[in-house]
Design a protein around this ligand. Structure first.
Ligand code: DMJ
Length: 646
């Protein structure tokens, strides 16, 4: 077929002349360049960017270990491990630790030197985030500096003088009994082993993968790195592992980059990074930790820019944009997440002398006080837009847990001045006792979960922290209930210990049930794993301090032996996939909370009570010790200082 040239139509057959065609092509190529260029300036979470960029570039957030979250993180691990590329193991010399050594700017600190310097006064499923419609822009952020933050006014010396006892005790908490001391030394050796391997194979990454001998970054902390370092600072320090502590401090100084632009869990960043830096500062007085934590605290504030002031779960630390977890129904926020900020935020206000942090968490408190609670219970999901509950699922384990813990600890940390927190805690405990506390056929006390009035006879490993929580709160409720609370705390701790003793490995499953003939055992395959969690040991530690019943130390020692036998591998510690089988299958993950919590609580269990005495310290939910705020003492000290200078 022959095409005839029509009048007025160009040779191209498209009705364009050569010059027009050239201009059009130029315009088109400009447009394409612009589109691709724009991709790199879009916020990390924009879906289009995810399609074009690789996973590591965009770092989609998988839910973290907050409450039920790390269970989900764990579920995706087997795949990664099986399909992990071969040859992932870096050559030993490739770790950055050696490089860091040469970067040292300040002389290393010894335990004694720090203490001496500070002495003075009385003491010394991979869930890629789908942005929900409830996304908030970070543009309207109110920063701490806008509100007049003044980091110069906090006096570390005044703070030290207001402590009742020396933080590290008489002899760093060394017990006089030789067996206990041997056990304590064993725990210290475990910490050193876990740390050395992290340093060797995963330095600067978030966690160590001990089987493949490499680092894990994950996606709970946005672009933040070094979770295991921040989580370990205080543990290394109280154990007197000073060379290791100095390496960690040096890393914070040279490599902790807070200018990340990734999607982070507000809860996880708060409990691990904010909590870890705060306690490192309070224990050592190093200004470095204070300036880092104040810088980070400021980056978290935009998460509160919601119609109710209830923060959303995820925040982009760079842009300040925040949104709800894609898996949380109807764009809701999670009780254990927005309810686990109080301790750290009060301390951020203390250090910055800026009330904004306290205001943010007090606002959460105000809303929770105002809304109706079914049977006095606090459901796990709340809308940050309407301020109403979204579902009626109540749990003292995952999704709820540390909210209750922070109520009683807020009261204790306020030097028992925060009456509101006290009232809320005992109110919640009453509702828990009336609705959730159960006795099994075999006589075990447990905490069931509540789904709109129907009980699920299951208790998560996470819920086992409650033995310790109820124990430390026993003194401050109604006096006639003191013994009752101590008994309840002991019964729950006993049940959790049973969940360990009834397994082949003597480690406890992720969740255990009390139905269909089960008594403190996991009935589902998916509940049989153990990821080095601390909660059961945490309760042993508190119950030991409260009662001095030697059984708690014996139970702790059983756990040490089980960890050594089943979780210690050639290059670190690893979780296991099934606590009921002796031929263990490791999950290839040394969680940062193993260093921060599990080993710290074990060390404290085998130490004298004067190592981080409970009269002066509360532990945040990641086991980072925070001091009790003695407002009146601090004010007296300030007045005295003023009078002296006049
Ligand atoms: C830790 O990160 C904290 O204890 C948190 O409150 C719950 N999950 C882990 C440990 O299991």
């Amino acid at each position: 077929m022959v095409f005839r040239k029509l009048p007025g139509v160009s040779a191209s057959g498209m009705g364009l002349r050569l010059s027009q065609k050239f201009v059009f092509l130029l315009f088109l190529s400009g447009l394409v360049t612009l589109c691709f260029g724009a991709l790199f300036f879009l916020p990390d979470s924009v879906r289009l960017k995810r399609i074009f960029l690789s996973k590591t570039d965009t770092q989609p957030v998988t839910v973290g270990s907050g409450s039920e979250n790390d269970a989900r993180e764990h579920l995706k691990r087997p795949k990664e491990q099986e399909h992990g590329p071969r040859g992932m193991t870096p050559a030993k010399g490739e770790t950055s630790s050696s490089k860091l050594k040469s970067l040292s700017r300040k002389p290393p600190v010894s335990h004694e030197a720090t203490e001496e310097r500070l002495a003075g006064g009385k003491a010394q499923e991979e869930l890629t985030l789908s942005r929900s419609k409830t996304e908030t822009s970070g543009l309207d952020r109110v920063t701490a500096s806008d509100r007049g933050a003044n980091s110069d006014t906090f006096s570390y010396q005044k703070f030290k003088r207001c402590l009742l006892k020396a933080p590290l005790g008489r002899d760093n908490g060394k017990p006089s009994d030789p067996t206990t001391n041997e056990r304590r030394e064993k725990v210290k050796e475990m910490m050193k082993f876990a740390w050395d391997n992290y340093k060797l194979y995963a330095w600067g990454k978030n966690e160590l993968r001990p089987l493949t001998r490499n680092g894990h970054i994950g996606n709970m902390f946005g672009g933040l790195r070094g979770a295991s370092i921040i989580d370990s600072l205080d543990t290394l320090y109280i154990m007197g592992l000073m060379e290791e502590y100095n390496d960690a401090k040096e890393w914070v100084e040279s490599s902790l980059d807070l200018n990340s632009n990734g999607e982070a869990s507000l809860f996880e960043v708060n409990i691990r990074y904010v909590g870890g830096l705060l306690s490192a500062y309070y224990l050592t007085g190093e200004e470095l930790f204070k300036s880092k934590v104040l810088e980070l605290g400021e980056k978290l504030l935009p998460a509160f820019n919601t119609p109710t002031g209830i923060p959303r779960g995820v925040i982009n630390l760079g842009s300040g944009t925040s949104w709800s977890w894609g898996w949380a129904s109807a764009g809701s926020s999670i009780l254990a997440e927005f309810g686990t900020l109080h301790l750290e935020f009060v301390h951020l206000s203390e250090l910055s002398n800026n009330p904004i942090y306290t205001e943010k968490v007090m606002n959460i408190r105000k809303l929770l006080n105002k809304i109706e609670k079914p049977h006095g219970l606090y459901p796990n999901f709340l809308s940050p837009v309407s301020g109403n509950w979204v579902q009626h699922h109540v749990s003292i384990g995952g999704l709820g847990d540390s909210f209750y813990e922070y109520l009683i600890k807020s009261f204790l940390m306020s030097d028992k001045m925060d009456e509101d927190a006290k009232r809320m805690y005992y109110g919640a405990l009453e509702a828990i006792e009336a609705n959730l506390v159960q006795k099994s056929a075999g006589g075990l006390t447990y905490l069931a979960e509540w789904r709109g009035g129907i009980l699920d006879h299951k208790m998560g490993h996470l819920a086992c922290f409650s033995g310790g929580m109820i124990g430390i709160g026993a003194d401050d409720g109604a006096p006639e209930k003191r013994q009752h609370y101590l008994d309840l705390a002991a019964e729950i701790t006993h049940t959790c210990h049973e969940s360990y003793t009834r397994s082949a490995t003597k480690l406890g499953p992720e969740a255990f049930r009390f139905d269909a003939g089960a008594e403190a055992t996991a009935t589902r395959l998916s509940d049989r794993y153990y990821i080095l969690r601390p909660e059961v040991i945490e309760s042993y530690m508190y119950m030991w301090r409260l009662t001095h019943d030697p059984k708690y130390r014996d139970w702790g020692w059983e756990a040490v032996q089980a960890l050594e036998q089943h979780c210690r591998v050639e290059s670190g510690f690893s979780g296991i996939r099934d606590v009921y089988t002796m031929t263990v299958n490791h999950d290839n993950m040394q969680q940062s909370f193993f260093l921060s919590e599990t080993l710290k609580y074990l060390y404290l269990l085998f130490s004298d009570d004067d190592l981080l005495p409970l009269e002066d310290w509360v532990f945040n939910t990641e086991a980072h010790p925070l001091p009790i705020v003695r407002k009146s003492c601090l004010q007296d000290e300030a007045t005295q200082e003023k009078t002296a200078s006049e």
